[in-house]
Design a protein around this ligand. Structure first.
Ligand SMILES: *Cc1c(COP(=O)(O)O)cnc(C)c1O
Length: 366
């Protein structure tokens, strides 16, 4: 059973920000994180005044390469963020060995997982702390929101002080989030995945909906980083946390089906380290021709997600420089973002839809 969170924030990135601040990360420091992530992670690092350094992922995997981590560490490094992408545990034995060698604190990015284990121990319990997100696409959805678990007691007082100084989101914000929550809840089903995705992008561009990402061109730090979770969403989260075990068993049933039934020359599976017991947030695959597959999936109303579509999703070209990613520096992450797709594993996927997905993917051979 997953315990309740000690601290709940406006978003997952705010939880990361607060943990970094408690560690003492600030201007002039660097924090190592992996390429093949989303903008929220470097945004949180940069909000402290520090600079993100990107380690590459292991070839054929979705998680950080221990050797690339080692090369990314310098005298200015103050912390390491280890992400368990799609719920697949990172190669923790090697990564933690490197962190220990340099006496650096590790924060686990658990936005995709509550229940995955590594060598029998739950992810989120290895670092000094771990953070979670409750927006759309994550295993538990409350609308928008984040949580922090702190394993190293030495940081608790500092985090509590920061927390007490944070504000609650404004009324307009809360209303937008609430409308979005119910709209998605009522409308979202596999057959409406593609049209809803398009509508959400349009609405968040126009400011009518709360999008997932802030503008990278803006100099000032987003107000998001001074906000806690509203009490209404906190109550919703509390009741939703009870359904984690249910999500876990549905995810396992669906991902096992995918493992056993997807057989296509155009598609391959990702590799995972030994000792993992994975509860997927989505089931990732490597596609030969991602663009064509996505187009066909849309035509057939099959839910296939495209993320991470770039090394630091959703940024491209010059925007990557703004967050200090140098093009070509993480070739494995660049390779994968051009090929990765993922399938839903939650309760929207029943027996009939699973079979539809299977026949769609396996017919790509022809
Ligand atoms: C969603 C997500 C985040 C950020 O969460 P927000 O609630 O959007 O701030 C960070 N890391 C990963 C891997 C995520 O999937």
């Amino acid at each position: 059973m997953f315990e309740e969170f000690e601290f709940n924030y406006y978003r997952g990135r705010v939880a990361l920000f607060s943990m970094l601040k408690a560690i003492g990360v600030g201007k002039g420091d660097t924090v190592v994180t992996q390429a093949f992530t989303c903008l929220a992670v470097p945004e949180a690092i940069m909000a402290t005044g520090a600079r993100p350094i990107y380690a590459d992922i292991e070839k054929g995997s979705v998680n950080m390469d221990p050797e690339s981590l080692r090369k990314s560490i310098s005298t200015s490094t103050k912390a390491i963020v280890i992400q368990h992408t799609f719920g697949i545990p990172a190669r923790l034995n090697k990564l933690l060995e490197v962190a220990e060698e340099f006496s650096l604190p590790v924060i686990e990015d658990c936005c995709h997982t509550y229940s995955s284990t590594y060598n029998g121990k739950p992810v989120g319990s290895f670092g000094v702390g771990s953070f979670y997100s409750f927006e759309w696409g994550k295993p538990l959805v409350v609308g928008i929101g984040g949580g922090l678990k702190v394993n190293a007691q030495e940081y608790i007082d500092n985090i509590a002080t920061q927390y007490n100084e944070m504000q609650l989101p404004g009324l307009t914000d809360r209303i937008k989030i609430e409308i979005q929550y119910w709209a998605f809840k009522i409308l979202l089903r596999p057959s409406l995945y593609w049209p809803l995705k398009k509508a959400f992008h349009k609405l968040s561009k126009s400011g009518l909906a709360k999008g997932n990402y802030n503008d990278v061109e803006k100099e000032e730090v987003s107000l998001d980083f001074s906000l806690r979770l509203s009490s209404g969403l906190k109550a919703r989260l509390k009741s939703k946390l009870k359904s984690i075990d249910k999500f876990t068993s549905i995810s396992q049933r669906n991902s096992n089906f995918y493992k056993e039934n997807i057989k296509s020359e155009k598609i391959s599976f990702l590799t995972e380290p030994d000792g993992t017991d994975t509860v997927y947030a989505r089931f990732p695959l490597i596609a030969d021709n991602k663009e064509e597959l996505l187009k066909k999936a849309e035509q057939n109303s099959i839910e296939v997600a495209d993320w991470y579509n770039t090394v630091i999703h959703p940024l491209k070209d010059d925007d990557l420089e703004v967050i200090h990613y140098k093009s070509g520096s993480c070739p494995n992450a660049e390779w994968l973002s051009e090929r990765v797709i993922s399938l839903p594993v939650g309760k929207s996927v029943g027996n009939k839809y699973r079979k539809q997905i299977k026949s769609f993917l396996n017919s790509l051979n022809a």
